[in-house]
Design a protein around this ligand. Structure first.
Ligand code: ADP
Ligand code: ZN
Length: 607
């Protein structure tokens, strides 16, 4: 019965791990707490039960854009869903209440503020199947996204003692978890904790890159994913503008998104991205909170994020549909200096510095990066992932003592009064204004490292910093100070195991129309099986065009019509009858009826 509903309403033939048990738990009217990573499939956990129950599910959600997306997706499957928030007019709300009273609405999305206002009406006039609290971590001050309005939700349990509550979040830590249970006054909730692994996301870190190398790398990435969507996260508003400009110089259009824009401009950028009118967005972290776009194929961090939590959440916006997606993190000295400054000026100085340190350790890691991430979230992983740069290319160490000695000697000979920038000038023998004015060209180490390119010096210095050979005095113009460990290397008492730098090949790759293809052309194939071996590429493109046309006609995003995954399956299996369409994952009864003929017609053209 449950499985049948899953297929007919959502078009899926199988549950994802935990979903079925969660649905059953809700159906037996128990309270439930669900912790699943972004893209894990939380929505089904409350959407399906209400279809099998009497009454309306009340879904509390903090973001208007998120509500809109969910409501559109439900309606695209013929399920009656509505949203009530500050954008509604009173007339709309009145109609909505009437519809709810008649029992026609299966899911009502509502903001926490509005819920308080509507409490009386809900109590009196409508039958409620369940309460779903989405983004439930917003209730906790310990979480990273506290919203005071959420604390009001406590009253639900008192006022509706017999209605089951299901709380859902992608934030895993224990304190927040306990806090959610307490604050919502949940009754013996069953807690479902999923793995936070996202095996389809590849992980890659690029160290010490300068602007032009970063841009080159991004251009290559864009070429690998022609016609597909990606996000570039930058540390600052200015950064987003600069990167967008640099990409424009290379002929790529990218939208900008940051807190300095007007609401209208931000909505426009988001809408353009969701509806595939623009493929690339350069954004500050503000972007993406309310985005359910399932086919984001890559995420770049132009700068180091401030914590592993932020990093994981942001890369999590790629590949929600489970298809292979790429993530690249750039990491430089300038980032560390800037982030340390932010951290030391914040009011949780120690915690934030510690979080930054963990982030840095991740970037410098010698072992499988996914192991580090999952370990950070308290999950043990007993094997290497084979989908990160460390697994593909395990770092090789060499005795880098002489390199380290050159750098440390320059630091010492300048009385520890220089920053990395000047240090690299000295090592490379560059007559910069500062070098000349301070007579640094007279010291013995001037030019001692001319054989190593500036980019590689950046890389080595980052390694040295993380090996603890010197520190950055943030309160002293970021000057470098040798440590005790550094002294031991300088005086030859200890060896310095540096990692060999792999030289990047920056020649342009052949362009392909789609990422899936080029993924396979990359030197490292991903361990996730690619199931679309017999796919007709031209047909896929044609189906994509058709999907876009159907989406535009209804002014909804293409991924809500059908997911990329479903299109790939269509282009592989090439079903020619409506019956055969039912076997395709993602085709609900409603979608078969609504779009079936159009897609079959297109498929027949290619047979
Ligand atoms: P979350 O809210 O946990 O981030 P969603 O509920 O938005 O994730 O689901 C992520 C994606 O996975 C969506 O595109 C959704 O349609 C898809 N999905 C969810 N459950 C299943 C399933 N059982 N089979 C196939 N796809 C699923
Ligand atoms: Zn790995």
């Amino acid at each position: 019965m449950i499985l049948k509903t899953l297929k007919s309403y959502f078009g899926y033939t199988q549950f994802r791990p935990q979903q079925e048990e969660i649905v059953k738990n809700v159906l037996s009217k128990n309270d439930t707490l669900v912790l699943m990573p972004t893209g894990g499939g939380k929505s089904i956990c409350y959407q399906l039960p209400t279809l099998l129950m009497e009454g309306t599910a009340i879904v509390v959600s903090p973001l208007i854009s998120l509500m809109k997306d969910q409501v559109e997706a439900l309606q695209a499957n013929g399920i009656i869903a509505r949203s009530m928030n500050s954008t509604n007019t009173e007339t709309e709300n009145a109609t909505l209440r009437y519809e709810c009273m008649q029992g026609r609405v299966k899911l009502l999305y509502i903001s926490p503020e509005r819920l308080q206002i509507e409490m009386n009406f809900l109590l009196r006039d409508i039958k409620i199947s369940l309460f779903a609290i989405d983004e439930a971590h917003c209730i906790s001050q310990w979480g990273h996204d506290f919203r005071p309005e959420y604390t009001q939700l406590k009253t639900i349990r008192q006022q509706f003692p017999h209605v089951p509550i299901i709380a859902l979040t992608a934030t895993a830590d224990k304190i927040t978890r306990q806090d959610i249970v307490n604050q919502l006054a949940m009754r013996n909730p069953r807690i479902f904790l999923s793995s936070f692994d996202r095996p389809n996301l590849s992980l890659e870190v690029k160290k010490g890159y300068q602007q032009k190398d970063k841009i080159r790398t991004i251009c290559k990435l864009i070429e690998r994913h022609r016609g597909e969507s990606g996000i570039i996260y930058c540390m600052s508003r200015k950064g987003t503008e600069k990167v967008a400009q640099l990409l424009a110089d290379q002929g790529y259009h990218a939208a900008i998104y940051h807190a300095g824009l007007s609401n209208l401009e931000r909505e426009q950028a988001q809408d353009d991205f969701i509806k595939d009118r623009v493929q690339i967005v350069c954004a500050t972290i503000a972007f993406g909170m309310g985005i359910d776009k399932s086919n984001v194929r890559w995420v770049v961090h132009y700068n180091l994020p401030k914590s592993i939590e932020s990093f994981y959440q942001e890369i999590g916006r790629a590949g929600r549909d489970g298809l292979p997606s790429e993530t690249i993190l750039f990491y430089s000295f300038a980032d560390i200096i800037q982030l340390s400054k932010f951290a030391s000026e914040s009011n949780q100085q120690e915690i934030n510095m510690e979080k930054l340190n963990r982030m840095q350790q991740y970037a410098e890691s010698d072992i499988c990066r996914r192991r580090i991430l999952l370990n950070y979230f308290g999950e043990m992983m007993d094997h290497d992932c084979n989908n990160c740069d460390v697994c593909h290319n395990p770092p090789q160490r060499f005795d880098g003592s002489i390199i380290v000695q050159k750098a440390l000697s320059a630091i010492v000979r300048t009385n520890q009064q220089i920053s990395t920038h000047t240090l690299i000038d000295i090592l490379r023998g560059t007559f910069s204004p500062e070098v000349i004015s301070k007579n640094f060209d007279k010291i013995k180490t001037f030019g001692a490292g001319h054989d190593i390119p500036g980019r590689d010096w950046q890389n080595y210095l980052l390694q040295m910093l993380n090996l603890g050979y010197f520190e950055i005095a943030y309160n002293e113009n970021n000057h470098l100070k040798m440590t005790e460990a550094g002294k031991k290397i300088l005086f030859g008492e200890m060896k310095a195991p540096l990692v060999v730098i792999k030289q990047e090949d920056f020649t342009r790759t052949k362009t392909t129309s789609r990422g899936r293809k080029s993924q396979m052309e990359r030197p490292h194939t991903i361990s996730i099986p690619t199931v679309y071996e017999n796919e007709n590429d031209q047909l896929f493109e044609a189906l994509r065009v058709l999907r876009k046309k159907l989406a535009d006609q209804q002014a909804i995003p293409a991924y809500i019509v059908l997911s990329d995954k479903t299109l790939h399956q269509l282009a592989t299996d090439r079903p020619k009858t409506l019956e055969a369409l039912y076997d395709i994952n993602g085709f609900s009864t409603y979608k078969v009826e609504k779009y079936g003929k159009d897609f079959i017609r297109e498929i027949k053209k290619y047979s």
